[in-house]
Design a protein around this ligand. Sequence first.
Ligand code: ATP
Ligand code: MN
Length: 479
Amino acid sequence: MQRTKVKDLLQGAEVGKEVLLKGWVRTKRGNKYVNFIAVNDGSTINNLQVVAEAEKFSEESLKDVTTGAAIAVVGQLVESQGKGQAYEVQATSIEVLGKADPETYPLQKKAHSLEFLREIAHLRFRTNTFGAVFRVRNTLAFAVHKFFNEKGFVYMHTPIITASDAEGAGEMFRVTTLDPKNPPLTESGEVNYEEDFFGKATNLTVSGQLEGELAAMAFSDIYTFGPTFRAENSNTTRHLAEFWMIEPEMAFYDLKMNADLAEEFIKYIIRYALEHNREDIEFLGQRLAEEDKAKPQNERQEMTLLEKLEFVVNNDFERVTYTEAIDILVNSNHYKKKKFQYDVAWGIDLQSEHERYLVEKHFKKPVIVTNYPKDIKAFYMRLNDDGKTVAAMDILAPGIGEIVGGSQREERIDILVERMKSVGIHEEDLWWYLDTRRFGGCPHAGFGLGFERMVQFVTGMGNIRDVIPFPRTPQNAEF
Ligand code: ATP
Ligand code: MN
């Protein structure tokens, strides 16, 4: 007999028929006459109610049907007489495939804290919250590919091991096969990476952009979607040491076209999740509303999760220049009352408190900030005619802060080389990158979207550790 997934059964696909379902017991309750077993197989947030009449099933035969156990059920799918579900299964046979000892199985009926569940990340998939989060994550990932595929972008796999440390000086993870106890040394006593696996020092990538640019100079439009590593020792709710990034790169795009694409992209994938994971998002919204009740009035959300997402999808993002953003901040009451921890002046790198003020208090919607001072941005961003700013854009989202970082790239080789020199990057190290400017270079642009921050935004989860299955953060690489 073929197994049917709970999601399909709940849509009444095989009503009246004998069905086979398999899944994990969420709860079992009952009385002298009948047992109700809630079964979930991960296909949906909803459980299927299995009815096991005491006449047919002895207490003994159901003793191992406990929370967490894997079971297979055969029975008839019927319209439910009880409230709470449209369909249920009248069981004729129940087989326990895998027991879960109630004495030791950590996930019992009561609600567990997110912190506790992080310690049992191998089991947390089986909770309603993480079931919803990771189904939404899956849908968003699929939507990313769908969006770019429909637009004719080529999906490019950029390397994970890289020898260029141009971008992430200081925050990279070294990749080596040298013996740490006894590494080969140069005459001056330093580790000799010429004897290492690749014949030079290598690291895990902090971004696929530079390689992405090379491909854009042939395919016009490409994107990457892969793991990214940063050894930044910042224990925040928005940073991981291993995260996933989406990096489109487009030939013949300027900054405005870049921003337009990013906005369209973000709206598209949110809309896709709203259409395909409505129940999950509704559930996550309720959980957020519960969490909110415990907070003081002024910290509570003004909109529910669903309202927020629909608002974002249906309204234009705000667009301001960095200079305008600084003016807004300096003229704010918040600033005058000295409520910012970090001072504000033209030239500073916006701190997350500044970003959050702009999106949450001032504009109350996502904001695209453009044209940052060149000294706080990467060398490859295109220098504007004012000589002081570059054609950069960051997208800031309510509750998250920076979600996208991007720019138009510097295509003029003399200016690019000048900028590299001024930040201490050697031309020889990036000879292949500079070749794109030597041979058929053209105006082009791109951006990077942090996938987990996007998942945070759509699920409303406050901590980035709760939107990636097994988070890697300072002092933590369990599982
Ligand atoms: P931040 O200032 O928040 O650390 P960044 O300026 O270092 O971000 P970029 O280098 O522009 O970020 O990277 C592009 C995107 O990748 C960011 O907008 C963000 O969404 C995401 N991102 C960056 N660092 C991390 C991280 N450590 N963990 C998760 N996502 C990240
Ligand atoms: Mn960073």
